[in-house]
Design a protein around this ligand. Structure first.
Ligand code: ADP
Ligand code: MG
Length: 312
């Protein structure tokens, strides 16, 4: 096993009774990257993270964190790690400042370093305006930012974020994305989970697409798109029985096609020819035709036959 990998999971499996939550997962995450575990609810993302930060043991397989066997020495990694759980863990009766102080003490920070670090994370996550109100009075977005601030108190080398922006409004999501980018630019390795393909695509250098406990594809988002599909997508409404007549009149058939209900997606190097063809044939846009860049949602659909977002 290589020492330069921050996280290394080898054939990791987790069973809950009969249920196989994680199935022979291999992960190799080098330092300095933002790595995403992308998959629908129930895919096994949280269980994978819990094994990585030592909250639960794999049923089989091995995990090394900073080159340390996490099963043998879970404490050795803890001081180098920041974790933001899927559900915020905050003391609701206390203010953000007091939460940060409690957590800083847990990490054995002392004055004046403790106050200095509190000010830094309060500034970084823009918590100042509400830093002295009880947490229970704060909005969901504010509480989420505080939860992330807590996980940064110890200046972690690896920051683990479980669904950092689920349920947050678009402005808060954008703000958090820019913070994650800044952390990564400053050398922090980030491992996050998400079921939002746009989040994975915007933030992550590499993603592993997880379905039913297995990694079904891994790579840079752009690389996954070109390997499995093509850079451009044309999508339009088309009943199954119309599809071959519509497309075969083009002469040579276009690239790979996928269908979700009445919606057909065609993946191409260049969308123009197909767009012109459909416009010309149908004289207009009654098919709700859209030409757009291919995304990771398309890759997930191609690999599993189901949608990523909203999937259970
Ligand atoms: N403590 C547990 N006991 C039993 N089943 C669990 C437990 N934790 C997770 N699971 C099951 O394992 C699967 C993966 O769950 P999870 O890792 O939470 O997925 P995700 O985070 O991708 O939504 C799900 O089917 C879930 O019901
Ligand atoms: Mg989860």
């Amino acid at each position: 096993m290589s020492a330069s990998l921050i996280v290394e999971a080898a054939s990791v499996t987790k069973r809950f009774g009969d249920r196989l939550a994680v199935d022979r997962l291999d992960l190799r995450i080098p330092g300095g990257l933002c790595f995403g575990l992308l998959g629908p609810n129930g895919a096994g993302k949280t269980t994978t993270l819990r094994m990585i930060y030592g909250a639960t043991q794999p049923s089989s397989g091995a995990i090394r964190l900073f080159g340390i066997d996490i099963a043998r020495d879970p404490r050795a990694a803890r001081s180098r790690l920041g974790v933001t759980l899927q559900q915020n863990v905050l003391i609701e009766a206390l203010s953000p400042e007091e939460n940060l102080r409690v957590f800083g003490r847990y990490h054995l920070l002392r004055e004046p370093e403790l106050s200095r670090r509190m000010r830094e994370v309060i500034d970084f996550l823009e918590l100042k305006s509400h830093a002295r109100l009880p947490v229970k009075q704060l909005s969901g977005g504010f509480q989420r930012r505080l939860a992330i601030a807590l996980s940064l108190m110890n200046r972690p080398e690896l920051l683990i974020l479980d669904e950092p922006t689920t349920g947050l409004d678009p402005a808060v999501r954008l703000a958090l994305w820019s913070r994650v980018r800044e952390l990564r630019a400053g050398g922090t390795t980030v491992l996050l989970t998400t079921h939002y393909m746009d989040e994975a695509q915007r933030l992550c250098d590499r993603v592993a697409i997880i379905s039913e406990g297995r990694a079904i594809a891994e790579g840079a988002p752009g690389e996954l798109i070109t390997t499995h599909l093509a850079p451009e997508t044309v999508e339009f409404d088309c009943a199954p029985e119309e599809e071959s007549a519509l497309l075969s009149s083009m002469g040579s058939l276009p690239g790979r096609r996928l269908r979700a209900g009445r919606r057909v997606m065609v993946y191409l190097e260049d969308a123009t020819v197909l767009v012109d063809h459909i416009r010309h044939r149908d004289q207009g846009d009654r098919r709700e035709m859209v030409a757009r860049p291919t995304n990771l949602e398309d890759v997930f659909l191609a690999l599993t036959g189901t949608r990523l977002e909203g999937a259970q």
